[in-house]
Design a protein around this ligand. Structure first.
Ligand code: ADQ
Length: 625
């Protein structure tokens, strides 16, 4: 059975809203019509309704998919889900009535909408250790607001502490599904919250209930991440659109999976190797979104049998380490690589900036996957991340004691003083305050900061760092704080309110990342009038434009400094330039701040680019059928 979709504005009057509880929705509109409506309340389900014409006698060649009785008249219209041509049983429209606003609602239906399933190990505010959580917590909301039906599937992490409150708004769907992997059958449950137009789905399994963070605890990364926890997530995510009657009906088979990083990487493989050969998900598509290629989900080859994949698909995950990377003479280097499997089987590939999509095709940035990625570059795109401009808004940020805008920056001065006091630094307005937020690891260029800090701290500056990561760097932060009491503060830990306060209170944000697929902190900094000094790589190079005081017609331009190459000297030069501008050229500095604050970094433009890629992915047949 097919259906034809027609888009036009529809007015829903009170008379059409009289939908009774527990009855299939039967509406008496003209044939071949479709309508939808959107509630103005963001937490009520915006319903995209398609009308399918049904009668008893369908004709294959009918343009409109309706069935006729013998007199060729239309028998009825029935509500069908957005997910394409799947059959549902009686849809109970019990929740439908409450969604309709009292006044007449005009509907503007987007031309093409999709059923989108994000698969991710993190989604803010439920779980976040870095930028992946930010993206998967905000992009789905924007896509839903643009008319798509969006589900986000991630684990229900319970740590046994106050953080578990984040799941307080979820309800148990009382729907379990059995997943075949690890040599047996695993049963997972699903929790759900409908928030801001998105179906947030949390996979429940005892392996997600542990103290620590999503990936590990004080003793390091959990040993069963690849082996068990994220394999389970991917299996469950593939089942979710088929089995969960969210808002009354399932997403169905015609969906678009956005698998994020290696944690979601088994999804394209499962669609290809497990579902499509059995006639399921033939109309679905998958996109692997690469936020960080350095992490690929690699385990010994012997673990393949745990993954619940047929043996004949071993080659998709097969990964041989180069000789130099093997640990001993008898090591054959044989492994399975989940991200490689995703790159081999996904219908398209996305990265989080254009620069990064090129970098990963080079030997320097490709982490061994550059040739494979180059072979698929025709289906690879880079789209620079946006940010959640409501959560990160200096005029209303709940974590700040004072607020400000580009037109009135006085609140930023108060934020600086508040931060200095909070951290026990001398409250000094004239002293340039430099900040760093991020993981303390090789990617973020912490070693360069370490080598440059003694020289930097000779100057009359203050420097604050917030981060967790490698123990040696945490120790260094503590030692530097002791040595430079009036100038340096290191906050070891993951603290969202402090990250907002540093972003607002500092004058300069330092990001000497060795590589940066996109980077969000420089975007937050610019929005808060904090001038970024970054290594010109990946998304940093794309988003931070170096200040040029002598540009055309005497008008300054630029939003910060992007230095290159990544050396201690280059970084110090860029920082000294920024400090000099801050001290001696106040007007130029204010221009830098304002240009950053006025930059459009919202998700809206970005979401339109995603939609373009969605169109392309459905134009082509599945990459592997
Ligand atoms: N100690 C701490 N306390 C509180 N908050 C902290 C924190 N440490 C980091 N954060 C927060 O975590 C996020 C980090 O995001 P980034 O994009 O900068 O890096 P990350 O490497 O995690 O993300 C990867 O994915 C994202 C998303 O695609 C890419 O932008 C990026 O380049 C890629 O490396 C920011 O929201 C930051 O404020």
């Amino acid at each position: 059975m097919k259906s034809i979709l027609l888009s036009f504005p529809v007015f829903i009057s009170k008379s059409t809203r009289n939908i009774t509880d527990n009855a299939p929705l039967i509406l008496g509109f003209n044939r071949n019509s479709r309508f939808s409506y959107r509630s103005k309340n963001e937490n009520t389900r915006s319903r995209m309704i398609r009308l399918r014409v049904i009668s008893n006698n369908s004709k294959e060649d009918d343009f409109f998919d309706y069935e006729n009785d013998e007199s060729d008249s239309v028998a009825e219209f029935q509500l069908v889900p957005q997910s394409g041509d799947i059959e549902v049983g009686n849809f109970h429209a019990d929740k439908l009535e409450e969604k309709v606003d009292d006044e007449i609602t005009q509907v503007n239906l987007k031309e093409v909408t999709y059923n989108i399933v994000f698969v991710t190990s993190e989604a803010s505010p439920y779980s976040k250790t870095g930028g992946l959580g930010d993206v998967c917590g905000s992009l789905p909301i924007v896509l839903a607001a643009r008319g798509h039906r969006v589900m986000v599937v991630s684990p229900r992490y319970l740590y046994g502490g106050p953080c578990d409150e984040k799941f307080a708004g979820t309800t148990n769907l009382d729907c379990t599904t059995k997943v075949k992997c690890f040599g047996g059958v695993q049963e997972v449950g699903f929790f759900h919250e409908y928030r801001k137009g998105v179906d947030w789905v949390f996979v429940d399994h005892p392996s997600y209930h542990r103290p620590g963070n999503p990936y590990g605890d004080i003793y390091g990364a959990f040993g069963d991440n690849q082996q068990f926890r994220f394999t389970l997530l991917c299996h469950a995510a593939c089942e979710a659109p088929l089995v969960l009657p969210l808002g009354g009906f399932t997403y169905g088979q015609k969906c678009l999976f956005l698998a994020n990083d290696w944690h979601g990487g088994l999804v394209p493989v499962l669609l290809t190797a497990k579902y499509r050969p059995n006639g399921i998900y033939k109309d679905a598509r998958s996109i692997i979104v690469i936020h960080n290629l350095a992490h690929q989900g690699v385990e010994p080859a012997s673990t393949y049998s745990n993954l619940g994949l047929p043996w004949e698909w071993y080659g998709t995950l097969e990964w041989i380490f180069p000789t130099w990377a093997r640990t001993h003479p008898l090591d054959t280097g044989e492994a399975v690589n989940i991200l490689k499997g995703a790159i081999v089987t996904a219908d398209r590939i996305l990265t989080v900036s254009q620069g990064y999509s090129w970098e990963i095709t080079t030997p320097e940035g490709g982490y061994g996957l550059n040739e494979l990625l180059s072979s698929r570059k025709f289906v690879m795109n880079g789209i620079t991340n946006g940010i959640d401009v409501t959560e990160w808004d200096p005029s209303s940020d709940e974590h700040l004691s004072s607020h400000y805008t580009a037109d009135d920056l006085s609140g930023k001065i108060e934020c600086k003083i508040a931060l200095q006091k909070e951290l026990g630094l001398p409250p000094r307005l004239d002293c340039p305050l430099i900040g760093f937020i991020g993981r303390l690891d090789y990617q973020k260029g912490i070693d360069i900061i370490l080598s440059a800090a003694p020289a930097l701290l000779q100057d009359d500056v203050q420097f604050v760092m917030l981060g967790t990561g490698e123990k040696q760097y945490e120790e260094w932060m503590r030692a530097t704080e002791a040595a430079f009491q009036n100038k340096f503060r290191g906050w070891v830990g993951f603290n969202v309110p402090i990250s907002h306060q540093i972003t607002a209170g500092c004058d300069i944000l330092l990001m000497p990342s060795r590589y940066e697929p996109c980077g969000l902190n420089q975007l937050y900094a610019m929005r808060y009038g904090t001038v970024p000094v970054v290594h010109g790589t990946g998304g940093l190079r794309e988003t931070v434009k170096t200040f040029n005081p002598y540009s055309e017609e005497g008008k300054s331009e630029g939003t910060g400094w992007a230095f290159s190459p990544l050396t201690r000297e280059c970084m110090l030069d860029a920082l000294r330039m920024a400090i000099k501008t801050y001290r001696e050229h106040k007007t130029s500095w204010e221009g830098l701040m304002k240009r950053g604050m006025e930059r459009d970094c919202s998700w809206d433009n970005v979401a339109a680019q995603y939609e373009q890629v969605f169109k392309w992915v459905f134009m082509d047949p599945p990459y592997i059928t």
